[in-house]
Design a protein around this ligand. Structure first.
Ligand code: PHE
Length: 358
């Protein structure tokens, strides 16, 4: 019988040198498999004299155990290395710059919201949020919108199925519901904007059933209409990146503000193209007013001590005006050609300092 010590060293060395799990398996088969060298020697034991057989058997077992142990530890080491290599290869470095060939673009709505936040952020507003699924109280009642108001009727509001208690939730018809939620949960002074989705059962060239608004709300002891005007005029000039864009306040009505106004910006349509700036025409962009005392009271705010102003603006509308998009419905078609054309580089965060638009 061959020298078992040599055999053991040879096999263990081969195992330790195996470079892959596949190589390792081949070595295992050649040593311990059915036709392997160790197995072959085991089979040969039968032809030996009983004494010799016992010694040789023990020695062979030592070889077999040593090879088995070496196989196991090598298998663990190789499996670890394989996993490490895979993790290394799969690693994503999120700090790397975006590759230009990747198609992702920021949707104009996201870009416009970022611009709005940059402007109002600079004025000291923080961003607040609220649920898209609302109840009558937050969307209507607390906003001084009486039950018989047309906005509550089925053709405007998407209602959800009746609940067990007989009430029905709804999809908020404006972001004004978040005025209520904020006033209920925070103490004045308040200074928030609320970019978010709103829903109305309406669909044509200039309306989609889901659209975006940004609400603004300030509540403090001495805010007045002059602050509201200054705030809106500053916003329009920053947003349209034009220091002399004309801004016009027109008396209007909303149940939740008194007095109320609608705001138009100047534009011209000469030559068939719409241009923002001084011109012969006006375009409505938002509704606003001084928060109605009943609204403050509905939220537990003392209206003899506090007053506020609020505004609500359509985000698609001002995006279309700034970026010259002719069709509202294209916003929600998810057409890659439209996104490639009107989308924005995803890492250019708008700031007033570096410029709002990339
Ligand atoms: N919620 C109103 C709308 O959707 C806009 C608005 C908000 C008006 C706040 C005044 C004050 O039309």
């Amino acid at each position: 019988m061959e020298n078992l010590d040599d055999l053991k060293s040879e096999l263990v060395a081969a195992v330790d040198a195996a470079a892959t799990l596949g190589d390792l398996e081949e070595i295992r088969i050649s040593a311990l498999g059915k036709k392997g060298r160790v197995t072959g020697l085991m089979k040969g034991l039968g032809s030996l004299a009983p004494e010799e057989r016992r010694d040789a058997g023990q020695n062979l077992n030592i070889v077999k155990n040593a090879v088995t142990a070496a196989l196991e530890s090598r298998r663990d080491a190789l499996a670890d290395a394989e996993l490490d290599a895979q993790l290394e290869a799969d690693r994503v470095d999120v700090t790397l710059p975006v590759r230009p060939e990747v198609e992702g673009r920021l949707h104009p709505i996201s870009q416009t919201i970022d611009e709005i936040i940059a402007i109002f952020g600079e004025m000291g507003f923080t961003v607040a949020e609220g649920p898209d699924i609302e109840d009558n109280f937050h969307n209507f009642t607390a906003l001084n919108i009486p039950p018989e108001h047309p906005a509550r009727q089925m053709h405007d509001t998407f209602y959800l199925p009746e609940q067990e208690d007989g009430t029905r939730k709804l999809l908020r018809t404006h972001t004004s519901s978040v005025q209520i939620r904020t006033m209920q949960t925070s103490e004045p002074p308040l200074r928030i904007i609320v970019p978010g989705r709103a829903y109305r059962c309406d669909s044509d060239m200039t309306h989609t059933p889901m659209f975006h608004q940004v609400e603004g709300l300030i509540v403090d002891k001495s805010v007045h209409m002059g602050h509201l005007k200054g705030c809106i005029i500053d916003f329009c000039r920053s947003y349209f990146e034009s220091p002399d864009v004309p801004v016009r306040f027109r008396p209007s009505f909303f149940p939740f503000t008194e007095p109320s106004a609608e705001v138009d910006i100047g534009c011209s349509r000469s030559g068939g193209t719409l241009k923002i700036g001084a011109g012969e025409d006006w375009l409505e962009i938002l509704g606003c007013g001084m928060v109605h005392p009943k609204v403050l009271e509905a939220c537990g705010i003392d209206s003899s001590e506090y007053q506020g102003f609020a505004f609500g603006m359509g985000i698609e509308r001002i995006a279309m005006l700034k970026y010259g998009m002719p069709d509202l419905r294209a916003f929600f078609d998810a057409d890659m050609r439209w996104l490639r054309h009107y989308g924005f580089a995803s890492l250019e965060v708008p700031t007033l300092l570096r410029g709002l638009t990339p």
